[in-house]
Structure formats: structure tokens, C-alpha cells
Design a protein around this ligand. Structure first.
Ligand SMILES: [Cu+2]
Length: 214
């Protein structure tokens, strides 16, 4: 997992909005017991119809929280976030503290972009989000389907990342939870980047944003 990347082609007549950051998140899931990515599609098409494999790891760019990489920003930044759905189940990506507009879907410009803070995204879909960073703090950005923010069933984990403004760090409610459980050290995380438990425990939070109570 994580052994993939995005190939981005910009249209020649693309609008000339200048973004301070251009970030791609590839969303996927994984079964750590069977080490099967995307439910063994090749098996399915080869005539073996054993298709159902339960997922226990939900990933942003091949990593599950707390190994996901936070988006670090400055107040005033304009960020383009490209979401690419590489998985097999619907996701519902929700951002705290901000709204965003979806400027493109599947590479095509959206003529009347809607402002929103939650984006349903289905397998294969790609969305470009335009986010104005105008609310300093530490903000959670996550899949609102609860199973998808767990590692092997334990919250917090999975498809959860953060927008961190300069000077802010992991929100306290998350550091508290991480220090209370040790079950998030599942095989997925070992296969990826080591969990920086010590760093998480030392982190001082300055979260003046809302909690993660929804
Ligand atoms: Cu939330």
C-alpha cells in the first residue's frame, strides 16, 4: 500500500488561480490480515469469485492516522487539495473549521462550484478542493463514516488527518486518546512509517477549535 502516485495533467486553458499549496490525497483501504489491497480484484476477474474481504485499515496516501501527514498551512494560504478515491467503499470527507469549494470533478471543471464542508466520494472519483485557510487552529479532516477512522476497530485511526496552522499541533482530545490506547499499532502502521508514539505523547496542544464530537 502506498505504492502509487498521481499523474496530474493541467489543462492549457486552466484558470490562473495561484495556489500556495497543491496537495494530493489518495484514499484507499486495506486488509492487514490478508494483505489484500482493494479486495483482490484480480482474483475476482480471474473467475475466483471470493470477493468479500473486510477492511481494517483506511488510508490517506498509504498511511493510517496517526501516521498520516498533516497539512501544515499559514493563515491566508489558498490550498488546492486533490482527493483521489482508490478504494472500494464510499467515503465522506469532512473538514472542521472551514468550508471548501469543489472546483473540478474527475478532471473536469465544475461550472457552479458549491461551498460545502463534507464531500461524499465514491470509488474512482477525483475531486479538486479549493480551501481558504482563514481560521487558525488545529483542525481535523476525516472520513465521517466512523469505521473508516479506526485502526483494526480502534478509534482514532484510519482516514483522519489534520490541518495545522503554524504554531498549532495535534488537538488535545486526539493526543489524550492516543496515549490511552495502544491498539493502533497494527501491522498496517508497522508496514508504513513507524508510529511516533513518544512524539505524540510529548505534544502540547493549543487547540482552540471545536472538539471532534460529531
Ligand atoms: Cu469531525
Amino acid at each position: 500500500m502506498g505504492m502509487y502516485g498521481a499523474f496530474i495533467i493541467e489543462a492549457r486553458d486552466e484558470d490562473l488561480t495561484i495556489y500556495d499549496q497543491d496537495v494530493t490525497w489518495m484514499l484507499s483501504s486495506f486488509n492487514t490480515k490478508k494483505h489484500i489491497h482493494n479486495e483482490g480484484v484480480s482474483k475476482y476477474f480471474s473467475g475466483n469469485h471470493q470477493y468479500k474481504v473486510e477492511k481494517d485499515a483506511f488510508l490517506i496516501n498509504g498511511k493510517a492516522f496517526p501516521s498520516t501527514k498533516a497539512l501544515t498551512v499559514k493563515e491566508g494560504d489558498l490550498v488546492k487539495l486533490r482527493l483521489i478515491h482508490m478504494g472500494k467503499e464510499p467515503y465522506s470527507m469532512h473538514l472542521h473549521g472551514h468550508s471548501f469549494t469543489t472546483t473540478h470533478k474527475d478532471g473536469f471543471k465544475i461550472e457552479n462550484p458549491q461551498e460545502m464542508d463534507t464531500l461524499p466520494i465514491l470509488p474512482g472519483e477525483r475531486y479538486d478542493l479549493k480551501i481558504e485557510m482563514k481560521n487558525p487552529g488545529a483542525w481535523v479532516f476525516h472520513d465521517h463514516i466512523t469505521q473508516h477512522v479506526t485502526n483494526d476497530g480502534f478509534y482514532p485511526g484510519g482516514m483522519l488527518s489534520l490541518i495545522l496552522y503554524e504554531g498549532y499541533d495535534l488537538p488535545e482530545h486526539l493526543t489524550d486518546l492516543l496515549t490511552k490506547i495502544d491498539n493502533y499499532k497494527i501491522e498496517t502502521l508497522k508496514l508504513g512509517q513507524p508510529v511516533e508514539t513518544a512524539k505524540v505523547q510529548e505534544t502540547k496542544a493549543h487547540d482552540d477549535g471545536d472538539g471532534h464530537g460529531h
